[in-house]
Design a protein around this ligand. Structure first.
Ligand SMILES: [Cu+2]
Length: 343
């Protein structure tokens, strides 16, 4: 009888976590939780990310050194002549969740991205800096549809799987005006990384475990795979994320978290023969690689709108390991803000 009471208390304390700040993972983690039968949720995430400076195979490289690297697209100029200085990326993610049963939660997400990059142009022959310019693009970029399926739930540990589809719907033929190494302004197709999409569709598979030490301490782990199924001329490489986070419940309405993310992505497959400006981002092997980042997060429960409590969350993410393939920009800070509400 006593063990039944303990079991009841444990099960109750886990289900009650749902309405605590600690009940959801750090906001940078997706598909981390399920819902009870009949419950739904809307979520809004806004993220801002900045990149600055460049690295070659993970080591910092100066603009002058980049100007000695061959331009694989043409002999005029024979070397790379346009160098990215900094890039910012804003993302708006609008999502919904609905649980038709306790064992399955359906999830959808739309992603809107806005990219902006500043670049320096060097003269094709004289090699002096002839000025800088900006490229930008913004579009609805991705749609996700997933099902989260409960695998196992015990008193302290719960597991679920995710299986879903990702549709890249963003523009991939975006053009922009660039300052060329011949000191002219020309409209060209923007490089791969500045496009909003790659017109591909792919599979998302994930596994999440949440381990609850006590009501105050949780430890989460998630692995998520993104695999291309079909694409047209080219597509961004397959990627794998691994997240590991520890969360501490300061109070029912406030939790803090630390998170480690490991990212691995392949370079770009295929190519677009229209993308050929003398800049690193026009070269498909300069994509993907391995990176790691660390996040510090805060989850809040508060009452803004009528109904259940509103969730607000913030996460500040910093790069810690850069092993990006080839010549790429270096990541700087990233910040994610989120709002979630269940019905
Ligand atoms: Cu949810």
């Amino acid at each position: 009888m006593r063990s039944l009471q303990i079991l009841f208390l444990l099960v109750f304390s886990i289900s009650a976590l749902g309405s605590q700040a600690i009940g959801h993972a750090p906001i940078g983690v997706m598909a981390d939780h399920m819902h009870k039968k009949g419950e739904s949720m809307i979520s809004l995430r806004v993220s801002y990310m900045k990149m600055k400076g460049n690295s070659l195979d993970g080591n910092s490289i100066s603009d002058d050194e980049i100007l000695f690297i061959d331009n694989p697209h043409s002999n005029s100029p024979a070397k790379l002549s346009i160098v990215p200085i900094e890039m910012s990326m804003k993302m708006l993610m609008l999502g919904g969740m609905y649980a038709p049963s306790d064992d399955v939660t359906l999830m959808f997400m739309t992603m809107f991205t806005d990219k902006s990059m500043n670049l320096n142009t060097y003269h094709a022959m004289m090699r002096n800096n002839i000025g800088s310019f900006n490229s930008s693009s913004s579009d609805l970029s991705d749609l996700f549809f997933s099902a989260l399926v409960k695998i196992n739930e015990q008193d302290k540990s719960r597991w679920h799987a995710e299986i879903g589809l990702k549709f890249s719907v963003g523009e991939k033929k975006e053009k922009g005006i660039v300052l060329t190494p011949m000191n002219t302004n020309m409209e060209i197709f923007l490089p791969y990384g500045m496009q909003s999409g790659d017109d591909s569709f792919g599979l998302v598979v994930g596994f999440t475990n949440l381990y609850t030490f006590t009501d105050q301490h949780t430890f989460g782990n998630q692995i998520r795979f993104f695999r291309n199924i079909s694409s047209k001329e080219w597509h961004y490489g397959d990627k794998t994320y691994f997240d590991s986070w520890y969360q501490y419940s300061v109070s029912k309405n406030f939790s803090i978290s630390s998170r480690l993310r490991l990212n691995h992505q392949q370079d770009i497959s295929g190519f677009d023969s229209n993308i050929k400006s003398p800049v690193q981002t026009s070269i498909t092997s300069n994509y993907g690689g391995f990176t790691a980042e660390a996040g510090l997060g805060f989850n809040f429960l508060t009452q803004i709108f009528p109904g259940s409590e509103d969730r607000l969350a913030l996460e500040i993410i910093n790069p810690i390991i850069n092993e990006k393939n080839g010549l790429q920009m270096k990541d700087k800070a990233k910040i994610v803000f989120g709002f979630q509400k269940s019905f």
